[in-house]
Design a binder for this molecule. Structure first.
Ligand code: A3P
Length: 305
């Protein structure tokens, strides 16, 4: 009961301040994450934990809602039991304000747990791999991912201001943003799936054919879904539904933390919005960097549908 009461603190109006970034093994992370690094690395995963993992802004919340709906047989009422950040704790989240950390929330959730992380594979608490936990990784094409990250920095009062778009893009390419290099992140998890039970999914595929990807996830989780339930989940997790769902759209957090009037958390939800932000030169520059850093990988992304 006490931990439940503490979780409710997130819905109160705390004083906010942006964090500072520090490097851990070459990866930029919030200072609060570094201060709790021993605790994160010592986190005890359980064999029946499911981990949802992604680079920030790749469609994590979408995947969380889909997974929660699958786990509850398409029962939207059950998925309205709490905001998404309480239903699926974010283990590397240490807000720079006095509210429960993601790790404390994770401890409060009974097994079987579904948890979230944005950590690159080499910084993941080792117990997840030791316990052979199932992991779902969601990746998004780099151009839409960086645009979404830019707008998230504008509205998220807990992380630094992004500055101008062209400067943010350079910082992102250099990996000088929270969670470090997008290129290292997507590659690291892609290669890890050769050795661990990781379902590697793409934002663009979910957008194109959500029913097919929902069936894949259910199969990975060993759950059977009837077609009407698949259709229900498609509808419930469509962008327009999630945008107006207070249990999924982060509106329950105080505006001193996330200011949706600057840019809503559920912003566009499309493939190809990058074209509204990139100059031709920026797009070609990123293509060149991509070829240098991921050209030898079997990973492929689509920047339009
Ligand atoms: P945009 O900023 O491009 O709109 P994350 O959950 O990892 O922070 O990712 C957030 C991004 O996923 C945002 O992208 C958000 O709009 C998008 N998103 C969230 N729910 C979605 C849905 N149901 N369908 C499509 N995109 C979704």
């Amino acid at each position: 009961m006490e931990s439940r009461a503490r979780l409710q603190c997130l819905d109160t109006e705390p004083t906010s301040s942006a964090t500072q970034l520090v490097e851990i093994e070459g990866v930029s992370l919030p200072r609060e994450t570094e201060e709790s690094w021993g605790q994160i690395q010592g986190f005890q995963a359980r064999p029946d934990d499911l981990l949802i993992c992604s680079y920030p802004k790749a469609g994590t919340t979408w995947m969380q809602e889909i997974v929660d709906m699958i786990q509850h047989g398409g029962d939207a009422q059950k998925c309205a039991r709490a905001p998404i950040y309480q239903r699926i704790p974010f283990i590397d989240m240490f807000p720079p304000i006095p509210v429960p950390s993601g790790l404390e929330q994770a401890e409060a959730v009974p097994s079987p747990r579904t948890l979230k992380t944005h950590l690159p594979i080499h910084l993941l608490p080792p117990s997840f791999l030791e316990q052979n936990c199932k992991i779902i990784y969601v990746a998004r094409n780099v151009k839409d991912n960086v645009v979404s990250y830019f707008h998230f920095h504008r509205m998220n009062r807990m992380i630094p201001e992004p500055g101008k778009w062209d400067q943010f893009l350079e910082n992102f390419i250099a990996g000088k943003v929270i969670c470090g290099s997008w290129f290292d992140h997507v590659r690291g998890w892609w290669e890890a799936k050769e050795h661990h039970p990781i379902l590697y999914l793409f934002y663009e595929d979910i957008k194109e054919d959500p029913a097919q990807e929902i069936r894949k996830i259910a199969q990975f989780l060993g759950l059977e879904l009837l077609e009407p339930v698949v259709n229900l989940i498609v509808q419930h997790t469509a962008f327009e539904s999630m945008k107006t769902n207070p249990m999924a759209n982060y509106i329950t957090l105080p505006s001193s933390l996330l200011d949706h009037s600057v840019s809503p958390f559920m912003r566009k939800g499309t493939v190809g919005d990058w074209k509204e932000h990139f100059t031709v030169a920026q797009s070609e520059h990123l293509d060149t960097i991509y070829a240098q850093l991921l050209g030898d990988s079997s990973l492929t992304f689509r920047t339009q549908l």
